[in-house]
Design a protein. Structure first.
Lengths: 321, 283
């Protein structure tokens, strides 16, 4: 597909896609149960709760307990979806996830909203930028970060059919929708958004759209970008990554996360072993965030379109040498 | 032979297993294990409805048990093996490489009878609540049992779980606290005073039962039966079970020093003299 053919059809928050997906899942799969730690409406779980009150549990502000209860529900055959902010879904409960869910191989879906800087005004206490890294390190954990409303909804529905722990990460702000409605979501399959020959941009989550916008601008300047949406960070679609990099021999990775431990490191880890290639990171450089509007924060912390443009130019310079 | 006699004999054998397992690998937690022998034997040998030979993770139509203080794995492994979950000979592999009997219980190696990993403390009650809620959704009338240590109650997650079980009216859940008053660094009173434990549980909305002698088989059975009768009334039930750490071996009893320490050869010989041989036989 040509980069200029990718257009946005509107905006909606990815967390709304989660709420809608969970509701539809509740109708089709009676094993699905929902849990929250005092954040029903932030994660749009009120729709599921209203229709399936007997399958929804308000646990209060007690995330550790919520993860344990989810593990118990899964033990007895349910498919629990826990809903809270990404910060409280990961770092706060790392050991509970580690022992009661991941090591015990429980079929729990850890659904995490308000990830990254775009949480905005609440500031760094809530803007977790380490969650992908934390969950990537966890043996057996599937890590998914969809890019828009439609994809988040599709991912929410798809993960119920996979047996095992999943970390599903999404965000707070309204964000451009550009993937198809009612798409089929395949865990672990990278999505090729645009063909290119000069550089591959691998992106995940909100920064997929940012990367598309950057690629459009670069296209006008005669630079051909391959853009690949890595919605599943773990397991990484190694075949798709290597196939693209063999062609372009230059890589930019863009994510709303620390450079440490995120998608960039996952791809670097692969490339350093199989296909060493010049690569640039677009990610937060070992710092916490702060209060501000999402767009202002993305700009200040180096996650804007201009940062993708700069990264592409840098990597092309290195490739040329 | 009466049921209690059989169970008492089983308890003797379980104590021998515990010491032999821990001595065999020079590692493990004998103190709490010995103190909870009567509880495990009563639960698996008398109280619970369960099918060891056809163990299923989901436990539908069965009673389920969750061990939160996973370090007392020797007592659990012995009782699981002795009640038919896996071959008794496998007890010899405890804590050794390639064993299903990990230092702390896990599901990872597929040992029948284990439903969740435990050892990092404070998590088991939450898991038990989840399983009990699932039984309620499914209309399954059986019970969920859990054991937690008293030192373990230092963990904040325990109190999250205690609050939520009452709030969610999880009245098919029976939690037992091994109230031995000891933890690794010393008596609980000195390390972290639990204060008025019965009042705490009561004020959190639980039906509180106190068992004065958790090392008397008849008393444990009677108390567990009583606890079952108290379920189904809108409240979770807790048994605060007083036990003696290291019960059955004179130099271990009542001391926190045997929390996680193996006996040496001389101590082992002495312990085995004190633990009567029964016809079940050592593994």
């Amino acid at each position: 597909m040509n980069i200029n053919d990718i257009i946005s059809t509107g905006t909606r928050a990815t967390r709304e896609g989660f709420g809608q997906g969970l509701l539809e899942l509740g109708r089709s799969n009676p094993k699905v149960v929902g849990l929250t730690a005092d954040l029903i409406e932030s994660l749009l779980m009120q729709h599921f709760k209203a229709e399936f009150p007997e399958r929804f549990f308000e646990i209060g502000i007690a995330e550790a307990n919520m993860m344990g209860i989810a593990a118990g529900l899964a033990t007895a055959g349910k498919i629990p979806f826990t809903g809270t902010f990404a910060n409280f879904s990961t770092g706060r409960v790392y050991d509970q996830i580690r022992q009661s869910i991941a090591y015990s191989h429980k079929n729990v879906k850890i659904c995490a909203s308000h990830a990254g800087l775009t949480l905005g005004e609440d500031g760094a206490t809530h803007q977790i930028l380490e969650d992908i890294g934390l969950m990537r390190m966890m043996p057996g954990m599937v890590v998914i970060n969809p890019c828009d409303y439609n994809q988040t909804k599709a991912a929410t529905i798809a993960i119920a059919d996979y047996f095992g722990p999943v970390y599903l990460r999404f965000g707070r702000p309204a964000w451009p929708i550009f993937t198809p409605e009612n798409q089929k979501f395949e865990i672990g399959k990278a999505l090729h958004l645009a063909d290119g020959t000069d550089v591959t941009i691998f992106a995940t989550g909100h920064l997929v759209w940012t990367s598309i916008e950057a690629a459009k601008e670069l296209s006008a300047q005669g630079i051909s970008c391959e853009v690949i949406n890595i919605h599943t960070i773990k397991p990484l679609d190694e075949k798709a990554v290597l196939a693209s990099v063999r062609k372009t021999r230059a890589v930019v990775v863009a994510e709303e996360h620390q450079r440490n431990g995120g998608l960039g490191d996952a791809i670097a880890n692969l490339l350093v072993q199989k296909l060493p290639t010049p690569m640039e990171y677009v990610g937060v450089n070992d710092s916490f965030g702060e209060s501000g509007k999402p767009a202002e924060l993305l700009e200040k912390y180096g996650l804007g379109k201009k940062d993708v443009l700069a990264a592409v130019k840098n990597v092309l310079e290195r490739k040329g040498k | 032979m009466t049921d209690t006699t059989k169970l008492t004999m089983l308890a003797s054998q379980v104590r021998r297993d515990i010491i032999r397992m821990v001595f065999g690998v020079q590692s493990g937690h004998p103190g709490g294990s010995l103190g909870c022998v009567e509880f495990f034997v009563a639960l698996y040998g008398n109280i619970m409805k369960h099918t060891p030979k056809t163990f299923k993770m989901e436990g539908k139509g069965q009673d389920m048990f969750f061990l939160s203080n996973g370090h007392i794995s020797p007592v659990w492994y012995s009782v699981l093996a002795r009640t038919g979950y896996f071959p008794v000979a496998e007890l010899a592999t405890f804590r050794k490489l390639n064993s299903r009997l990990q230092g702390h219980p896990t599901t990872h190696e597929g040992l029948p009878g284990i439903r969740v990993a435990s050892g990092s403390l404070g998590q088991g009650m939450s898991v038990a609540i989840g399983a009990a809620l699932a039984k309620k959704i499914d209309g399954d009338p059986r019970w969920v049992f859990a054991l937690t240590g008293d030192g373990e109650l230092d963990e904040g997650q325990c109190w999250e779980a205690i609050m939520s079980a009452a709030h969610l009216k999880v009245d098919n859940l029976i939690v037992t606290v091994d109230w031995n008053g000891q933890q690794i660094d010393g008596p609980t009173k000195e390390v972290m005073d639990l204060g008025n434990l019965p009042a705490k549980w009561k004020s959190f909305g639980w039906d509180v039962l106190i068992l004065e002698n958790g090392n008397n088989m008849d008393d444990v059975i009677a108390m567990l039966r009583k606890a079952k009768r108290r379920t189904g009334k809108g409240k979770p039930v807790v048994i605060l079970m007083k036990t003696h750490m290291g019960y059955g071996i004179d130099y271990m009893v009542g001391s926190y020093k045997w929390h996680g320490k193996s006996p040496n050869q001389e101590q082992y010989d002495l312990a085995m003299k004190q633990l009567v041989k029964v016809e079940l036989g050592d593994y």
